[in-house]
Structures are given as C-alpha cells and as structure tokens.
Write a protein that binds this ligand. Structure first.
Ligand SMILES: *Cc1c(COP(=O)(O)O)cnc(C)c1O
Length: 345
C-alpha cells in the first residue's frame, strides 16, 4: 500500500485545549474554522466538546451550519465573517451567532433576524475585520439594546510577545469597550500566553490546540508516515528528480517516498527538509513532485517500509520553517489523499 498515513491524536487535542483553558479564569472557546485547521471538524469538534468547550468559532456561516449538524443543539457557534447577504436562513436554522463587522451587517441582521443573538467584532488596529471606532461609536447604544452576546477583536502580532502592537491594540480595545457590560474577547493562542490583562472573558485558541507555535508546551497532534516505494543506488554525477536540481557528489542511496505537493508537502520545503527513517534523519533531495519525494537514505542501515514526515521527531513548525511558512499553512494544506486515522477517540 502506497497511501501515506495521517494520524490525528484526539487525546492530544483535548489535552492541549484543557491546558490552554487552565491558563485563564474565563471561558476558553475553540476555533475550528477551515475544517478544524484541516484535521477534520467532524472528529475534532466533538472531542473538544467532550473536553469542555462550549463555544466554537468558524470563518463562514456554511462552516457553522455543517458544525451544527456535527455538534447538535447546545454549543454556541460563532461566525467571524459575520452576517453576509443570503445568510439569514442559515444563521436562524443552525442557531449561529454572527460576529457583526460593519454597520451594513448590523442593519442586515436586525432587519432579517430581530432578537437573534449576535456578537460585534471591533477593529483595534489590524484593519482586517471589524468596526472602526467611529462606526462603533455610532452604533454601540443600538447594539447594546439588542441581543448582543460578545464583543471581540483580534491581535495582529500575537506570535511575538515583544511586539508593541499588542499593548497598543489592548489599549484601543479597552477604550472601545470600557464600561460595557457584555462579555469580551481579544486573544487567540498567542495572546493567551501574555497573561491576565489580555484574557477578558473569553480566549479563542486555534493553533495551540492543534499542537503548533506559539504554544510551545503543546503536545504534537499530527503524525504523517509515508511509505517508501523504491530505493536505488546513485553514482556521483547522477541527478534526482525534475530539473536535475540535485546531483549526487558521492555514491549513495535514494529512497522515493509516496507523498508530494498534492498532499500538502509544499514544494518550497525541498532544499531544507528532512524525513526520519527510524532514528536516522534523511535529507529531502531534488524537487518535490506531485506524488513523490526523493530522500537521501545513504546513512540508513536497516531500511524501514515507511518514513516519518511529521510526528514526534519532526514538528509541523520544523517543517514550516523549512518551507518558509507557518504551521497553520502546513496543517491546512494537508491533502485529501491520506488514509486518516484518529487515535484517542
Ligand atoms: C483564526 C483565529 C483565531 C485562532 O487563532 P490561533 O492563532 O490559531 O489561535 C482566533 N480569532 C480569530 C479572529 C481568528 O481569525
């Protein structure tokens, strides 16, 4: 069997969520947008609900409707993208809580679904989603008089605790919300690690739950093991893969493994990445193909059937660094071709 195996550890997901929950006194939500960062929301969300999560965040209403089918009635499902044209029926039927981002969305929401719960997203400096101070000033008394259940904003630089933007956004968020008796939420994983000042009533971790930086204490969640299809000898001067980008300098052995960029092994990873053959670290050589990767197994004494691409020996962040990207992109790029196995169910 040449199918690569993706193992997702639901125990680790629950443990990471509980550990993050333990860092704060308020509520800890769970962000499960983009199919739970590519790991499968139909398995991940129920595991998080079991661990104690009562509020879930998704990006768009369609994700929320699908999640409602998975979770059933009860948990709160919030939509970062807010209330878009055409969403009213979905929001009502799936009992979603849109995070209202603009005056337009606010009018749309109260007209289509009067009395239906909503949150408000404020822009505290990131300039991505949310109402600016002037819009909010014009609207806040009206919003507070309706079924407003959460006020939130988002930090632009929470992967860097030393960035001055964090304190600036904290101060801006406070100025916009001081004295309003509605639950508030400012931070995702990164800001959860900044301490109480940043926590307000609810934190919204995503990546930390899935085992990624900047939550350094996270348990690894994802393991990818890839079968070796073929092993060959190469002589000095022989090249490997498309474009002859790698050429052997000494006699060696190359294993061709059964995964490629169609499985989310980003092409940019090529020159700096490794896989593990048991305890031996093996360099990726040549270009990553759609379905295949060459690795230098010259140092391997007893050839295994499979190599580890991610797991205990190599984290999603190590791989992300090799590709010049972030763990989030590694996870959400995992393709549909893997055999998926969940442990800790
Ligand atoms: C994705 C997202 C989160 C979760 O961020 P992590 O860095 O993965 O913890 C929280 N809030 C908002 C608004 C987001 O878009």
């Amino acid at each position: 069997m040449a199918q690569a195996l993706l193992t997702i550890d639901l125990d680790a997901i629950r443990a990471n969520w509980r550990a993050l929950d333990g860092l704060t006194t308020g509520e800890t939500a769970a962000v499960v947008k983009a199919d739970a960062y590519g790991l499968g929301v139909d398995r991940v969300a129920p595991a998080l609900a079991e661990a104690g999560a009562r509020t879930f965040f998704v990006a768009i209403a369609e994700e929320g409707a699908a999640l409602r089918k998975v979770l059933g009635p009860g948990p709160k499902i919030c939509v970062f993208g807010g209330h878009m044209a055409g969403d009213a029926e979905m929001i009502r039927e799936a009992e979603l809580v849109p995070m209202i981002n603009s005056i337009d969305q606010m009018l749309r929401h109260v007209e289509a679904l009067p009395g239906h719960a909503f949150g408000v997203q404020l822009d505290s400096g990131m300039n991505r989603l949310g109402m600016e101070a002037a819009e909010w000033a014009a609207l806040r008394d009206i919003a507070i008089g309706q079924n407003l259940v959460l006020i939130m904003s988002h930090l632009a630089c929470q992967d860097d605790p030393n960035h001055g933007m964090n304190a600036y956004q904290l101060q801006t968020f406070r100025q916009m919300t001081d004295g309003i008796a509605v639950p508030k939420s400012l931070v995702a994983t990164g800001g959860t690690l900044f301490g109480r000042d940043y926590h307000f009533d609810m934190t919204r971790p995503g990546i930390g739950v899935y085992g990624g930086r900047p939550y350094m204490d996270a348990r690894p969640v994802v393991e990818v093991s890839v079968p070796i299809i073929q092993v060959r000898e190469v002589s000095p001067g022989e090249s490997v893969g498309y474009g002859n980008s790698w050429v052997a300098r000494v006699p060696g052995q190359i294993a061709t493994i059964s995964a490629g960029y169609a499985d989310g092994v980003l092409r940019g990873i090529g020159p700096k990445a490794y896989v593990w053959a048991n305890e031996t670290r093996c360099k990726v050589v040549g270009r990553i193909s759609m379905d295949l990767i060459g690795v230098d197994v010259s140092a391997v004494t007893s050839m295994p059937d499979r190599v580890e691409l991610m797991g205990q020996r190599q984290s999603i962040d190590t791989l992300a660094d090799a590709a010049g990207t972030i763990g989030y992109e590694i996870l959400t790029s995992l393709g549909a071709r893997y055999a998926r196995r969940y442990t800790g169910a």
